[in-house]
Design a protein around this ligand. Structure first.
Ligand SMILES: *Cc1c(COP(=O)(O)O)cnc(C)c1O
Length: 231
């Protein structure tokens, strides 16, 4: 299966899932999760029409940027970001989706202010309160966002979540729905430097469920590029 065909199929799935949910397919963008795939694969995905690319590791981001891999598409950071690496990411990506702690938020702000830019971010939410995952707990989100006036070099555009893999789509929907409800609540509150338009959730195995529950951005790796080779 080629990358081009896979992207076409997923874009069609997006349309079908949106229509089934009574949504406008244009509300949903496709982010190619490009980790462990090389620049040639990334270029093919962009040519096939993905809306943006999401990179997990700083080293891969830097390498592929030096090879102009992302030309023609925005690039996002979607992996766990260590505070000592923010310099290599702030100002170099269009969106940091994976801001998972106040400490990281402060480090990003400091670097963005130093560069004289405003960095767009999403808050990563640990929606199922899993010990193994990073992110803000749903009940912490309000207090973090109420502080955003103190971070003028950052703009929060929404939320990213990686819910647990569930055995059935009913359980899956529960977590996606919880994220959607959170985003609707926050949107109504109008915090400074916060404009909740993006709800990034859904991956290769569950993007149709995520779209049914209000996702506006799915992050898809395996279904575009095939299984990753970890050896
Ligand atoms: C790898 C990854 C994805 C995509 O996962 P697939 O199951 O391969 O589609 C999405 N989001 C994040 C944060 C990832 O690290």
């Amino acid at each position: 299966m080629s990358i081009t065909k896979n992207v076409a199929r997923i874009k069609n799935d997006i349309i079908q899932a949106a229509i089934a949910a009574g949504r406008d397919p244009k509300e949903i963008s496709l982010c190619a999760a490009t980790k462990m795939n090389d620049s040639a694969a990334v270029r093919e995905a962009i040519l096939a029409g993905v809306d943006c690319c999401g990179e997990n590791r700083v080293q891969e981001l830097t390498l592929k940027q030096s090879q102009n891999a992302y030309e023609g598409a925005p690039v996002h950071f979607i992996g766990h970001l260590q505070t000592n690496k923010v310099k290599q990411v702030v100002g170099k990506v269009d969106l940091i989706q994976s801001v998972d702690s106040l400490r990281l938020l402060e480090a990003i702000h400091k670097e963005a202010a130093k560069q004289g830019i405003c960095q767009d971010i999403l808050l990563e939410v640990n929606v199922a309160n899993e010990a193994s995952k990073s992110g803000f707990l749903p009940e912490e989100v309000d207090s973090v966002l109420s502080k955003m006036g103190e971070f003028p070099a950052i703009r929060v555009l929404g939320f990213m979540a990686i819910p647990p893999i569930c055995q059935n789509s009913t359980d899956n929907h529960k977590f996606f729905q919880k994220m959607y409800n959170l985003s609707v609540d926050i949107r109504a509150k109008k915090y400074d430097n916060v404009c909740v338009n993006i709800l990034s959730m859904g991956m290769s195995g569950d993007y149709a469920d995520a779209i049914a529950c209000g996702s506006t951005m799915i992050r898809v790796g395996t279904a575009i590029f095939g299984a990753r080779n970890y050896s």
